[in-house]
Write a protein that binds this ligand. Structure first.
Ligand SMILES: Cc1cc2nc3c(=O)[nH]c(=O)nc-3n(C[C@H](O)[C@H](O)[C@H](O)COP(=O)(O)OP(=O)(O)OC[C@H]3O[C@@H](n4cnc5c(N)ncnc54)[C@H](O)[C@@H]3O)c2cc1C
Length: 411
């Protein structure tokens, strides 16, 4: 019987759970479905409240993992089957091939010489990527991935001669014996294409808040210059639509907790780049709990940022790319139309397990969050359990690690 702990998901909560458990002497396996660790935080430009880049928090975690031989991680890996019970699980994991050798030479020149292109999920449709790619400069592991489905004939010839490319690497299946499991599968952005009344899939200049993170990132598709997707123009009059699909029984029936803070943060991104730009945040009610109040006050002190309590009922695209918002102003009781050149939809966080497969046998609530049943020996951390910010996701990772350790000790 093994004393090891399995952590599913290598975002901030999963990394924290893994490191905390390993640093008190337990063997830990991390199973991460994407090619890199770091989760959604790696896609942010900066994170509140300190507004530091994601690398500052993640790199410390990566270093702790590198230095701890008790942690083994598998990327492009998915749990297929969980058998057994608390204290004694056998877990089958499928691992997709990366098609590049470990300790490869720098493959950046080869990557940029390739002609094939594929949709870049990391950039939320704002850019394409090459078939051979890293997601971000600080990707961990810092190892290229080859997406064979995007390789054309000419690229195949270039790749064939390279000793670090393993075209024939096959998928693998491994079995892990573990005593307890932490589910840290996190969240995905709510599918904005469901928000047809807000122009999400029809108007190029109605972007999602995660697209805004990528536009503002120096590693993103515009190298950090926030521009309008339709024509690359600098926006001058930007709107944020809060609760876009949240607290709405037809979409996400809950508050995602971080969207108000995310929009206030993104208003600062815009104001830093465009000192004369005007930002309007349309909200139902502003949620900046606890110490985040100070952040709200700081942002609201900027006279170029206006907050309007009102629900955006609809949007209309105008010639030239501007967007007309129809807003019911809740304070003055009037309906008005307001023209903006860029609209950011503050969409919420939906648990990854909401629509994926659930081989863990855990109960999910109506929204797809994990309902904790401690006797099962499977514990949830971070946004798999509820919408949280990074700090609380890390705290929740620590507490899940403790619960997982208790299961090991009780055997
Ligand atoms: C627009 C926006 C801006 C934000 N800005 C901030 C901010 O400034 N500050 C802040 O504190 N918070 C911010 N947040 C919230 C922050 O992103 C979350 O708190 C954080 O990502 C939660 O980490 P997590 O590990 O729980 O989940 P995630 O970051 O989602 O990580 C989960 C990991 O699990 C993996 N995974 C999923 N399913 C599986 C599976 N079945 N098998 C294996 N692996 C799987 C995923 O690939 C991912 O790597 C923001 C959120 C949004 C929407």
């Amino acid at each position: 019987m093994s004393n090891a702990i399995l952590v599913v998901g290598g975002g901030f909560s999963g990394l924290t759970a893994a490191i905390e458990a390993a640093e008190v002497g337990y063997d830990v396996f991390i199973v991460e479905k994407s090619p890199f660790l770091g989760g959604r935080v790696a896609q942010l430009n900066k994170y509140f409240p300190k507004l530091c880049p994601p690398s500052c928090g993640l790199e410390i975690q990566f270093q702790r993992i590198k230095n701890n031989p008790r942690i083994k991680f598998f990327t492009q890996a998915c749990v297929q089957k969980v058998q057994g019970s608390a204290g004694n699980f056998t877990v089958t994991v499928a691992i997709e091939p990366r098609h590049t050798a470990p300790n490869s030479a720098d493959l950046s020149l080869l990557a940029s010489s390739l002609q094939g292109e594929a949709e870049n999920d990391f950039e939320f449709g704002l850019a394409k990527r090459k078939p051979l790619y890293l997601s971000a400069p600080f990707s961990f592991p810092s190892r290229y991935v080859l997406d064979k489905s995007a390789v054309g004939k000419e690229d195949q010839i270039k790749l064939a001669g390279n000793p670090f490319i393993e075209m024939n690497e096959a998928p693998r299946e491994i079995t892990l014996e573990v005593a307890s499991i932490v589910l840290a599968t996190g969240w995905k952005p709510y599918d904005a294409s469901n928000l047809t009344n807000l122009g999400a899939s029809t108007l190029q200049n109605c972007i999602s808040n995660m697209q805004m993170e990528r536009l503002a990132s120096p590693h993103g598709p515009t190298k950090g210059k926030i521009t309008r997707p339709s024509d690359g123009a600098s926006p001058k009059n930007i709107a944020f639509v809060q609760c876009a699909g949240s607290r709405d029984e037809n979409h996400l029936n809950y508050c995602s907790y971080i969207c108000c803070m995310a929009s206030l943060k993104q208003a600062l991104y815009l104001r830093e780049q465009y000192p004369s730009a005007k930002v309007t945040i349309y909200y139902i009610d502003l949620r900046t709990p606890g110490r985040y109040e100070n952040f709200r006050k700081k942002v609201m002190a900027d006279e170029h940022i206006t907050l309007v309590k009102g629900k955006v009922a609809g949007v209309e695209g105008l010639a030239g790319g501007d967007v007309l918002l129809e807003v019911e102003d809740a304070v003055h009781g009037v309906k008005g139309k307001h023209q903006h050149d860029l609209v950011v939809l503050a969409t919420g966080m939906q648990p990854s397990l909401a629509s994926g497969c659930n081989p863990f046998g855990v109960t999910l609530d109506n929204d797809g969050f994990v309902v904790e049943e401690a006797e099962k020996g499977i514990f949830a951390a971070g946004c798999a359990k509820q919408p949280l910010d990074v700090m609380r996701s890390a705290q929740s990772g620590t507490s899940a690690a403790l619960k997982a350790i208790q299961t090991v000790r009780r055997r």
